[in-house]
Design a protein around this ligand. Structure first.
Ligand code: PMP
Length: 436
C-alpha cells in the first residue's frame, strides 16, 4: 500500500463503503477517509505515520485524550484476568455506583455495549411502564440506529441526506412522532392530540448531532412538565453529553438553574466506557426494576458489562475530576474564539454554537443572523464551505469531524502545543471556506 486511496480501495472491496460506521467514509466532505493506526493524547496517527491533532476524540469518549496511561493500565490489568465472563462482576457494581454518585436520578443502572441499545431499551421500558405505543422524538436528534429512532435522525443520517432508512417498517415509523426541536407549542399540540397514546419523549439533553443546537432556556423543563402532566416518561439521552460537558453531564449544568428538571430515564455512552464498548441506562428503581430478570421488559447482552469496558469506564470516571472539566472548558472556549476570529477575518458569515464544552460552526448568512434552533435551520446552512474548511485543516494536520452536522470534541490532553497547531491552521482554512 503506497497511498490512502489504495488502502481505501482495499477496504471498499470487503467492507460496505470501506467503513464500520457511515460518517467515517467522508461522504459529505468528499475525499479519501484517513485510516488510523494509533492514537495518543491529543493526536491520532494514520497508517502512513502522519500525525494529526484530533478534534473528533472518537466522537466523544476520549475526554482524557487517547490512550491515557492509567486507563490503558486498568484495561490491561483487566485483560490479564479474563476478557469476558458472561457473569456478574463487582466492577459493574462499582461503575454503577460511580454513575449514581454523579447523577442521583440513575438510582439503578443497566449496562449495554452501545448507546443504540441503551436508548432502545429506555424506549422499551417506557412502553412497558405506560402500556402506550407512541414515542416522541425531535428532528435532528440522533439516538442510535434502532428502527423506531431512525426517523428524521441527525448525525450520519443527516450527513447522508436520507429521510430515515430503508428497511424500517411503516409500523415502526408510524409509532414515532417527530417534532421540531425547541418548539414547546408543537409539543403541547402533540400531547393535546395524542396525550393518551404517548409513552415517552426522548431528547438529546443538548443536541449535538445536527451540529450543536442548545436547548432554549426552559425547553427541557417544558418537556419534563408536559410528560409528567400526561403520564408519559421523559428520556434524556446523554450518550454524547454525559460525563463530557461536566461531571453530571448536561443535566448537571442545567439542574442549577431555576428551571431544574430531572428525567425519568437517562442514557449514557461514550465517556462512560472510556473508549471501550459500553453504554448504560439509568433511572429510579421503580422503573428500572421493570427490566428482566425482575420485570417483564426483556433486555440482555452477551458482552454487556464486559470487564475490560467496565475497567476503562471506572478509570475514566475516577480521573475525570473538576480540573479535567475546567481544562476542556477552557481549551474549547479558546478554540471557539479563534475559529470565529479566523472566519471573521476571512469574511465568512457563520455562527459558532455551543453547549457546555461542545460546539460546532454553522456557515452562511442565515445561521449567522438568526442562529440555529432546530434541524430545518441546520439544514439551511452553507455546508460546502465546511468541506473546504475541513480539507484545509486536514492538510495542515488537524482532524475535524468529517461532517458539518457533528460537534467538535476536545480533551484534557489538548495542551498548548496541540492548540497552537490548530490555531496556526485556522487562517488558511478560513480563507478556503471564503473562496469555496
Ligand atoms: N445517542 C446519542 C445522543 C448519540 O450521540 C449516539 C452516537 N453518536 C447514540 C445515541 C448512539 O450511540 P452508539 O453509536 O454507541 O450506538
Amino acid at each position: 500500500m503506497t497511498d490512502m486511496a489504495e488502502v481505501y480501495a482495499r477496504a471498499c472491496a470487503v467492507i460496505p463503503g470501506g467503513v464500520s460506521s457511515p460518517v467515517r467514509a467522508f461522504g459529505s466532505v468528499g475525499g479519501t477517509p484517513v485510516f488510523l493506526a494509533s492514537a495518543s493524547g491529543p493526536h491520532v496517527v494514520d497508517v502512513f505515520g502522519r500525525r494529526y491533532v484530533d478534534l473528533v476524540c472518537s466522537w466523544g469518549p476520549a475526554l482524557l485524550g487517547h490512550a491515557h496511561p492509567e486507563v490503558v493500565a486498568a484495561v490491561t490489568d483487566a485483560a490479564a484476568r479474563g476478557l469476558s465472563f458472561g457473569a456478574p462482576t463487582t466492577a459493574e457494581v462499582e461503575l454503577a455506583e460511580l454513575i449514581r454518585g454523579r447523577v442521583p436520578s440513575a438510582e439503578k443502572v443497566r449496562f449495554t455495549s452501545t448507546g443504540t441499545e441503551a436508548t432502545m431499551t429506555a424506549i422499551r421500558v417506557a412502553r412497558g411502564a405506560t402500556g402506550r405505543d407512541v414515542i416522541v422524538k425531535f428532528a435532528g436528534c440522533y439516538h442510535g440506529h434502532s428502527d423506531a429512532l431512525l426517523a428524521a435522525a441527525g448525525s450520519g443520517v443527516a450527513t447522508a441526506g436520507l429521510p430515515g432508512s430503508a428497511g424500517v417498517t411503516r409500523a415502526a415509523a408510524s409509532d414515532t412522532l417527530v417534532l421540531p426541536y425547541n418548539d414547546v407549542a408543537a409539543l403541547e399540540a402533540a400531547f393535546a392530540e395524542r396525550g393518551d397514546d404517548i409513552a415517552c419523549v426522548i431528547t438529546e439533553a443538548a443536541p449535538a448531532n445536527m451540529g450543536v443546537v442548545p436547548p432554549a432556556p426552559g425547553f427541557n423543563a417544558a418537556i419534563r412538565a408536559l410528560t409528567s402532566a400526561h403520564g408519559a416518561l421523559m428520556i434524556s439521552d446523554e450518550v454524547l453529553t454525559g460525563f463530557r460537558v461536566g461531571p453530571a453531564g448536561w443535566w448537571g449544568l442545567e439542574s442549577d438553574e431555576a428551571a431544574g428538571w430531572t428525567p425519568d430515564l437517562v442514557t449514557f455512552g461514550k465517556v462512560v466506557g472510556g473508549g471501550m464498548p459500553l453504554a448504560a441506562l439509568g433511572g429510579p428503581a421503580a422503573l428500572m426494576d421493570l427490566l428482566a430478570p425482575l420485570g417483564p421488559v426483556y433486555q440482555a447482552g452477551t458482552l454487556s458489562g464486559n470487564p475490560l469496558a467496565t475497567a476503562a469506564g471506572i478509570a475514566t470516571l475516577r480521573l475525570a475530576d473538576d480540573a479535567v472539566y475546567a481544562h476542556v472548558d477552557r481549551v474549547s472556549a479558546e478554540l471557539q474564539d479563534e475559529v470565529a476570529a479566523a472566519l471573521d477575518a476571512a469574511g465568512v458569515a457563520h455562527r459558532v454554537q455551543r453547549a457546555g464544552n461542545l460546539f460546532s460552526v454553522f456557515f452562511g448568512e442565515h445561521a449567522a443572523g438568526e442562529g440555529v434552533a432546530n434541524y430545518a435551520a441546520a439544514q439551511r446552512q452553507e455546508a460546502f464551505r465546511y468541506t473546504a474548511f475541513f480539507h484545509a485543516m486536514l492538510d495542515a494536520g488537524v482532524a475535524l469531524p468529517p461532517s458539518v452536522y457533528e460537534a467538535w470534541f476536545l480533551s484534557s490532553a489538548h495542551d498548548d502545543a496541540a492548540m497552537g497547531r490548530i490555531a496556526a491552521a485556522l487562517p488558511a482554512a478560513a480563507r478556503a471556506a471564503a473562496s469555496a
